[in-house]
Each structure stands twice: as structure tokens, then as C-alpha cells.
Design a protein around this ligand. Structure first.
Ligand code: GLU
Length: 480
């Protein structure tokens, strides 16, 4: 079960070490802390699926290894993504489930933490095979009561997206005829399948909002030798999947300069900046960035982590910043878009170099925040904004007409449009996300600054999260 990482500790053990470090600043009953730290339910499954080799078309039966872990039920449902990766293992899923508990607590999303994983290399299989694997996995979850709108609600993660979530909901609904809230059994669905507008971009947008908040605080920026604001800051992004791409897009739109990107087989670098959309177009046409002509191509993807930049955004897999490469990292801010990108050893080196690490469990919480909005939409059976958009627009129009009448002046048409508009679903989702990320950042920072001995933001985030989870147990009266 244990997967050794570079420092001799597994990923789950690393999460436990961060947890233990944070408990030095809390004074809860050790039994309560042990309960919060433990993984409550681990479901390891094996099931047979008829698979079709993408290249040869040959069919054979393969036994698939998969997991669903519910780390905490202090609030239900449990929540967390499902990843498809050849590296999936029980320890990894347990670590990611634990991070989900703390993540949800930090952003006040009322869920326990969970995670799922299927150990497959999705590139090997046809779409039909992937559909069969996903549907069979869903039925295994149904059989053990590990999925449901009030039990456990999966979502996308590394290697999965709207398509897989739509297969999951379709399977779940088929097994639960008449269950009125069935569409709330999974989030990150496509819009026609009950998804919410803004979910696709949510994690990347959250990364942007979180770092924008950090960069707005002059006192903190001064300490790491940076000026305030995003404009002109040089960013490097590791991984151009959903999280990496949208993070990069929002930073670039705010005036940041994309100096490096890394994919699985290479890194692109150009200190003068690169065109993100052009890179994405090349990637989708050619399948790889290896021959991209408008940047220096380096065969070692790890080079993007070590490039001279202001903000490094690891947005792929865990344990990519370690004791080995941390001494060579030049970024002043590490924006953890991925879950667990820094090992504790790597982090110690970076902290000594005065690097600001904005931790995953806060920074990539935009995804689960908007998943929460999607779940609320599914339970309320109505699109956000449907009831009040027109009403707000009509009321605003009356205000604008009155202003024009009283002042005798006609407002400029662009301004008039802005003043009159009512919020649609996407506006509401994005504004809820922005507010959540700003509030959560301020809460984490408050803990960080309040305890003079807390030197890093991750410990502060753990303290905040444990405190919030503990309060749900103490209000239950189980612990004093
Ligand atoms: N997989 C994402 C995460 O790690 C999203 C989870 C969700 O939306 O439930 O936060």
C-alpha cells in the first residue's frame, strides 16, 4: 500500500506530518485529533472489463484496480474527484481524500473529504472502453453505497472531465429511478447533464483569485522582494490540463507573462513570453509540444520548475518539488494548483529561501467550491439567476431612467448596459467563487500572522482546517 516518495515517506504520511505540525498550535483532545486525521473508509476494488486496444482493436478482459476513499464524514456528503492514472494507488487516494477534508473546511464547503482513482493509462484505451470502465466503477460504488447525493459525490480530477462525470450520472440515474435528487450524485458534469456554468474553469480561476489576493498585500510582497499586482509578473506553469491551462489563461489575461510551460514530455521556455492559445492549438493539432517552433524546447519537463520566474504554478501531479530540485527553484511564489506538489523536505528548503508557498488545500479549492454550487443547483432543480435576473434588470432600468430624467443627461451606452444587467448563472458562480477565495485567503493569513511561530502558510491552513473540522465534532457533543 505504501508508496515511497523521495523522502522515504508516502504521500499520505506527508499529509499526516503536515497535520501533526499544525497540531502544535491547537489544544484539542488527542482522541479528537486522531479521529480527524484518520481515513474513515477505504474501498479497494477489482473488477473485470472487456477492453479494446486503441491501436490494434484487439479485445480482451482486463482486471481493473480502483479505489474510493472517504476520509471524513464529519459532514455529509463526502466530496472529491476521481482520477484516471497508471500511478493511482491506495496511499495516494487516501492522501488526496484527506486533503479534500481540509480543503472543504477552509472554503466553508459543508462536505467531508473523499477521493477516487482508477489505475489505468487512459491513452491505451478506446472511448468505448473508457466508458465501460467508468460505468462499471460507478456500479461498484452503487453496490457498496459509496455514491449518492447525500452520501458521497465524486467530481473530475487528473485524467477525468465532463464526459466521465456524465457517464457516472447516467449510470447512477439508471439504478435510481424516481430519485428526485439523483443528478446531485456527481459534479463537474456537462451543462446538458446537470452541470453548472463556470465549473470547467473554476479551479484555474480560483488559483488566479487566490494569488491575486496574495499579491495585493504590499507587506507580504515586500518580504519576498516583489511589487504588488499580477501585471508584469513572470509565470511558469507545469501541466496544461484543466487546472494549468485555465490558471495560465486568467494570469495572462491579467497581464502576467508566460515564460515557461511543461507537459509530460518536454518544457517550453521563452523569457520574453509565449502565446498560450497558440501553444494549446499546437498541442491539440500535433499531440505534443516537442516541435513547437516559437520557444526553446527542453526535453526535460522539470526544467520549467527551475526557470527564472516570479510565480511557479505546479498544476499536475504530487511530489514534483522535492529536496532534490528545490535548491534550484528560482520562483518567489509557489502557487499550488495541483494537490501535494511539494514534499515536506522540498518545502523546508524553499521556506529557508524565503519563498511564499500558497498551499493546495486553499489555492485549488475553487473546483470543489463550484462543485458545491453545482450540487446546490441539482438539489434545487433550477438554474441560478433564473428567478431574479429579469426582475433585477427591470428594476435597474427604472433606476437608470430616473437618473437620466433627473440629471437631464443620457448615460454612455456601455455604462448603461453594465448598470442595467442582471446576474446570470455564470456571473453568480464566478462571484461566489471570488468571494470564497478572498475570504478564505484572509482567514488563512489571519492564522498565519496571529501565531508568531507559524512560519508558513500551509501550517496556517492546516490549523484553520483542523479547527473548523474539530468544531463540528465538539458541537455534536462527542468531544468536550
Ligand atoms: N478534484 C478536485 C479537487 O481535488 C475537485 C473536487 C470536487 O469538485 O469535488 O479539489
Amino acid at each position: 500500500m505504501k508508496k515511497e516518495s523521495q523522502n522515504g515517506h508516502s504521500f499520505f504520511q506527508n499529509v499526516e506530518r503536515y497535520f501533526d505540525k499544525a497540531t502544535n498550535y491547537l489544544s484539542y483532545d488527542p482522541g479528537l485529533l486522531a479521529q480527524i486525521k484518520a481515513c474513515n473508509s477505504v474501498y479497494q476494488m477489482r473488477f473485470p472489463v472487456l477492453v479494446e486496444d486503441k491501436k490494434t482493436g484487439n479485445k480482451s478482459v482486463e482486471v481493473i484496480e480502483a479505489y474510493r476513499v472517504q476520509h471524513s464524514q464529519h459532514k455529509v456528503p463526502c466530496k472529491g474527484g476521481i482520477r484516471f492514472s497508471p500511478d493511482v494507488n491506495q496511499d495516494e487516494v487516501m492522501a488526496l481524500a484527506a486533503l479534500m477534508t481540509y480543503k472543504c473546511a477552509i472554503v466553508d464547503v459543508p462536505f467531508g473529504g473523499a477521493k477516487g482513482g482508477i489505475r489505468i493509462d487512459k491513452k491505451k484505451y478506446s472511448d468505448d472502453t473508457l466508458e465501460r470502465i467508468t460505468r462499471r466503477y460507478t456500479t461498484e460504488l452503487i453496490k457498496k453505497n459509496f455514491i449518492g447525493p447525500g452520501i458521497d459525490v465524486p467530481a473530475p480530477d487528473y485524467g477525468t472531465g465532463e464526459r466521465e462525470m456524465s457517464w457516472i450520472v447516467d449510470t447512477y440515474v439508471a439504478f435510481h429511478p424516481g430519485e428526485i435528487n439523483a443528478y446531485g450524485c456527481v459534479t463537474g458534469k456537462s451543462i446538458p447533464n446537470g452541470g453548472v456554468r463556470g465549473r470547467r474553469e473554476a479551479t484555474g480561476r480560483g488559483v488566479y483569485f487566490g494569488i491575486r489576493e496574495a499579491c495585493n498585500i504590499a507587506e507580504d510582497m515586500k518580504k519576498i522582494g516583489l511589487t504588488t499586482g499580477i501585471e508584469g509578473k513572470r509565470i511558469s506553469v507545469q501541466g496544461l490540463g484543466n487546472v494549468g491551462y485555465y490558471s495560465a489563461k486568467f494570469f495572462v489575461e491579467a497581464g502576467a507573462i508566460l515564460v515557461a510551460v511543461a507537459e509530460i514530455d518536454c518544457a517550453l521556455m521563452n523569457p520574453k513570453g509565449m502565446d498560450l492559445e497558440d501553444i494549446m492549438k499546437w498541442k491539440s493539432e500535433k499531440g505534443s509540444l516537442l516541435n513547437y517552433p516559437k520557444a526553446k524546447v527542453v526535453k526535460n519537463p522539470g526544467a520549467a520548475l527551475e526557470v527564472d520566474c516570479d510565480i511557479l504554478i505546479p498544476a499536475a501531479l504530487e511530489s514534483v518539488i522535492t529536496e532534490e530540485n528545490a535548491p534550484r527553484i528560482k520562483a518567489k511564489i509557489i502557487a499550488e494548483g495541483a494537490n501535494g506538489p511539494c514534499t515536506p523536505g522540498g518545502e523546508d528548503i524553499l521556506l529557508k529561501k524565503n519563498v511564499l508557498i500558497v498551499p493546495d488545500m486553499f489555492l485549488n479549492a475553487g473546483g470543489v467550491t463550484v462543485s458545491y454550487f453545482e450540487w446546490l443547483k441539482n438539489l434545487s432543480h433550477v438554474r441560478f439567476g433564473r428567478m431574479d435576473k429579469r426582475f433585477t434588470e427591470n428594476t435597474n432600468k427604472i433606476f437608470v431612467d430616473q437618473i437620466e430624467r433627473v440629471t437631464g443627461q443620457t448615460l454612455e451606452s456601455g455604462a448603461k448596459l453594465l448598470l442595467e444587467q442582471g446576474a446570470d448563472e455564470e456571473d453568480l458562480v464566478n462571484s461566489g467563487l471570488e468571494d470564497t477565495m478572498i475570504n478564505a485567503y484572509q482567514q488563512v493569513r489571519h492564522v498565519w500572522k496571529k501565531h508568531s511561530k507559524i512560519k508558513d502558510m500551509r501550517t496556517a491552513a492546516f490549523v484553520l482546517a483542523i479547527d473548523k473540522v474539530a468544531s463540528s465534532y465538539t458541537t455534536l457533543g462527542i468531544w468536550p
